[in-house]
Design a protein around this ligand. Structure first.
Ligand code: PLP
Length: 389
């Protein structure tokens, strides 16, 4: 019987079995990790036309185009040995998240992607005629989930410079106070990429009735440079009714692996927890998450290359005469002064996937920052499409 069952098979571990005899001084787990890392590198290199998906420029979902860090791939590969277990060591993921933010484990609620927590906020606080207050456009899944649990929504337009209208959020919440389940603030906002400054967040929290929960979605926190921006996690420690969400899907490139979390007061976590499936997060991504938190060098690298490429691309668009909304994220919006839907379709025909329409901003195109090759393809396609539009 082999020491480790997976080693006797071909498949994910590929030719590792043969190597075991030759390199007996390496543990099976080390060998598996090394093979998976080099396999991932091979997968990342452009391949021949065997998988049409690989050939698309994927600029529609604000993903990290470079894939998980090597340290994360190694950790996840090592964790495959727990695939057959329930009671496995989880690498201390909850502790690692708590330590990163200077909070206690009781303040952390983990989920298979932060989207699951956004849903649970709706289910917990805004079902059956209760209301979510937020701006439009924003991360619309929050509003659609509230509708799906028969809740309601009060959506406020953005200001003329595409910012979130804090005065209006406060006034609307006060007006509908009895019915408001929670307020949603996406910061930075998706799809515009604009931030709410730390002063504005304080203004909002000070201005709202003290018992209204506020969901602050910081999915793109890692990409912000503006010194007027700050995380809202300290408000949780102050005892405010704030739920802050974060994700491993963006800077850590784990969108397909599903890991996110909320930082909140334990009383909120206790209310939300029953609606979340406690075992939805896999052993593999838990270990990947721990490694991603530790790998600050890779985080900084992804941030640097992404922001450089964003600035380069948006300058090109501006020099072509298009208005770009100032973004603090790994995506941006460009004003086209014409309906965006046919333009999105034209991009798709060229194998470039860009963001969907975000009503009421139906003349703006949202573009994720991909890798250098994808951005080159985007600019070439943009010039061709706009010239013939
Ligand atoms: N919040 C915002 C603002 C997003 O843009 C996204 C995904 O694009 C999410 C949350 C959900 O991310 P995930 O469920 O992958 O953590």
């Amino acid at each position: 019987m082999p020491l480790y069952k997976g080693l006797s098979r071909r498949g994910f571990v590929g030719g590792v079995a043969g190597a075991v005899g030759l390199l007996a001084f390496k543990s099976p787990t080390d060998l598996m990790a090394e093979e998976a890392v080099s396999q991932a590198r091979r997968l990342r290199a452009p391949r021949a036309a065997e998988d049409p998906y690989d050939l698309l420029a994927k600029l529609s979902f604000n993903e990290n185009p470079y894939g998980p860090y090597d340290s994360v791939l190694k950790a996840m590969t090592g964790a495959f040995k727990y695939a057959n277990r329930y009671g496995y060591p989880d690498g201390g993921i909850a502790e690692a998240i708590a330590k990163r933010h200077g909070v206690k484990k009781e303040n952390v609620l983990m989920s298979a992607g932060s989207g699951a927590i956004l849903d649970v906020m709706g289910t917990t606080f805004a079902p059956d005629g209760k209301t979510v207050v937020g701006v439009e456009p924003s991360y619309g899944y929050v509003y659609s989930h509230v509708s799906s649990v028969r809740g309601d929504e009060h959506l406020i337009p953005l200001t003329s410079d595409y910012r979130q209208d804090i005065d209006a959020l406060i006034a609307t919440t006060k007006k509908h106070y009895r019915n408001v389940g929670f307020v949603y603030l996406c910061n930075p906002n998706n799809p515009t990429g604009r931030i709410v400054t730390k002063q504005e967040v304080k203004q909002l929290l000070d201005g709202l009735p003290q018992d209204v929960p506020v969901l602050i979605d910081e999915a793109y926190w890692d990409f912000v440079e503006d010194p007027n921006y700050e995380t809202s996690i300290p408000y949780v420690l102050e005892g405010r009714p704030v739920v802050v969400t974060r994700t491993f899907s963006k800077i850590a490139a784990l969108a397909g692996m599903r890991l996110g979390y909320a930082i909140a007061q334990p009383e909120y976590i206790k209310k939300m927890e029953p609606f979340l499936s406690s075992d939805a997060v896999s052993a593999v991504v838990k270990w990947g998450g721990v490694a991603a938190i530790a790998d600050t060098e890779s985080q900084a690298h992804v941030k640097k290359v992404t922001l450089e490429l964003r600035k380069q691309t948006t300058s090109q668009l501006e020099s072509l005469g298009y208005e770009v909304i100032p973004s603090e994220t790994n995506f941006f919006m460009v004003g086209l002064k014409r309906p965006v839907k046919p333009i999105i379709d034209a991009f798709q025909k060229k194998g470039v996937l860009v963001g969907r329409p975000f009503p009421p901003m139906t003349q703006h195109l949202r573009v994720s920052v991909g890798n250098p090759d994808e951005m080159k393809r985007f600019i070439v396609a943009f010039k061709e499409i706009m010239a013939s539009a």
